[in-house]
Design a protein around this ligand. Structure first.
Ligand code: FAD
Ligand code: MLT
Ligand code: ZN
Length: 462
């Protein structure tokens, strides 16, 4: 290890696991965006909070930036290390630390995978309800740092709602213990919420106490085929009025095309413009209400075809059509927009967005899907084979500027749930006012006075 800064770190923490092999730098230096060339200084894999504190103090002394790293499933470049940073991976800090049956909380180290949290909650007869397709590889720390949403927000809200306490090593090297599982606590600013969606720019989350919920009733899943977007919002209103909805997700014919090409089964003989996957409380009453809702939507011409799962295996098969989309598109290195407006503003925003994107992207395959019940659309533009990536991204950025203006006009957000990272930094001001961004910079200066925490992500220092 020839770099003197790394030699100093090893001297400070002789037990610290440090990786500098080129394959490791490549592996830990990127996330799912695959746009930036990884170039970290090294990878540190601390095993405990005091090691994290020592690493932060070392970073302040040497001026090396730290990139906190969970599962690197992020879609905004938040965990990318392309500029000589130290990647601080929470991979080894992945334990369940405790369960409290009275508080109904689970305390975990931040590097634990979301799916391991689901399993631990289930062992106690409860659920941790935040869920999405990256569950097997994303970490709770990454979920908190991005305020991850997913497929059950419509009923349970975002990650933010489930955080009862956090331990955070700030950019000063201090260990804060905030929230402490209290249900009620009116004692000033709630610092938990500063960490949520902070994208590693204020500190490293090392531990989380998560609230758990009662398991939902048994559910069924239905897949519906729709003729147009207007029907989508009407079907949503109908299903929400008649059923206890656990999820309401949509995707287009292009998404179905790619997910089927990737190995999923083809649900209907005919092609349709839009599809909905809805999960709802089953049982006799639930099934009858679902049939009633289905028939009234068909009667109105809002639904053209449909199927209701008859088994868990069939429910999983229907979910795969929605959850498999991201993976099926990965080979196209898609340019991803992840936008939101209030649910009530969706029809008007969508009319604008559809005509904007149809005019601006006549040459690209554009795939729409997302959490429509939360007002959250994912728009993925696929890079044509052989097209230069920089030219492709430049064109998409030109269009994103126009989309950001449309979002601003409709009061929306340029990032619904994936975070700003590097990808959306140029458009932050379409969603947050200059005064808000100044305040965020001020908060960062207090918690990270030397600017060592995830430098260049979310916003620039000035
Ligand atoms: P990383 O990618 O490692 O990091 C993300 C950000 O968090 C970075 O800025 C990083 O610096 C910071 N960070 C990570 N750990 C810590 C820590 N301990 N302390 C401080 N900062 C930290 N997202 C959704 O919201 N909803 C979805 O439905 C969804 N579906 C997905 C499906 C697939 C197939 C994939 C690949 C991704 C999906 N994502 C989704 C995006 C991604 O999984 C989430 O953003 C997730 O929360 C990232 O977790 P991670 O551990 O991989 O974080
Ligand atoms: C999803 O909803 O599937 C995720 O947010 C992932 C994505 O947008 O690709
Ligand atoms: Zn999503």
């Amino acid at each position: 290890m020839t770099d003197p800064r790394l030699a100093a770190l090893s001297q400070l923490l002789p037990g610290l696991r440090l990786l500098t092999d080129p394959a490791d730098l490549e592996h830990y230096g990127r996330d799912w965006t695959r746009r930036w060339t990884p170039a970290p200084l090294a990878i540190a894999l601390p095993a405990a909070a005091d090691e994290v504190q020592a690493i932060v103090r070392w970073a302040r002394a040497t001026g090396v930036g730290i990139v906190p790293s969970g599962g690197r499933t992020g879609l905004s470049g938040g965990a990318v290390a392309a500029d000589g940073e130290l990647v601080l991976s929470l991979e080894r800090m992945n334990k369940v630390l405790g369960f409290d049956p009275v508080d109904r909380t689970l305390t975990v180290q931040a590097g634990i995978a979301l799916e391991a949290v689901h399993n631990a909650a289930r062992e106690h007869g409860l659920v941790y309800p935040v869920d999405f397709a990256a569950r097997g590889s994303c970490s709770i720390g990454g979920n908190i740092a991005t305020n991850a949403g997913g497929i059950r927000v419509i009923r349970y809200g975002n990650t933010r709602e489930w955080i009862a306490g956090l331990k955070i090593v700030t950019g000063t090297g201090e260990l804060l213990d905030v929230g402490r599982g209290l249900v009620k606590n009116s004692s000033g600013y709630d610092l938990r919420h500063l960490a949520v969606a902070s994208e590693g720019t204020l500190g490293v989350i090392v531990e989380a106490t998560l609230r758990l919920a009662d398991p939902p009733p048994p559910t069924s899943v239905m897949l519906l085929a729709l003729p147009d977007f207007e029907s989508l919002m009407r079907v949503f209103a109908t299903l929400r009025a008649k059923l206890r909805l656990e999820a309401f997700e949509f995707f287009t014919d292009r998404a179905l095309y790619h997910v089927v090409a990737h190995g999923a089964y083809r649900p209907f003989e005919e092609d349709h413009a839009y599809y909905v996957v809805a999960e709802f409380a089953a049982g006799e009453a639930g099934e009858a209400a679902a049939l009633d809702a289905f028939e009234s939507c068909v009667g109105e011409g809002w639904v053209l075809d449909g199927v209701i799962s008859q088994s868990d295996a069939q429910a999983a098969q229907l979910w795969r059509l929605r959850e498999g989309i991201t993976e099926s598109l990965a080979k196209y290195v898609p340019y991803k927009n992840d936008v939101s407006v209030r649910v009530s503003a969706m029809p008007a925003f969508l009319a604008d967005a559809q005509s904007l994107l149809a005019a601006q992207y006549p040459q690209f395959d554009v795939v729409w899907f997302g959490h429509i019940g939360d007002g959250n659309l994912h728009i993925n533009v696929l890079k044509p084979e052989g097209m230069d990536q920089a030219a492709f991204v430049a064109d998409c950025e030109r269009v994103t500027k126009l989309l950001a203006a449309a979002l601003q006009a409709h009061g929306g957000s340029i990032s619904a749930e994936h975070g700003i990272g590097l990808v959306k930094k140029p458009y932050l001001s379409s969603t947050r006012s200059a005064a808000e961004i100044d305040l965020m910079r001020g908060i960062k200066r207090v918690l990270d006075p030397d600017g060592v925490m995830n430098p260049g992500k979310l916003f620039d220092p000035t």
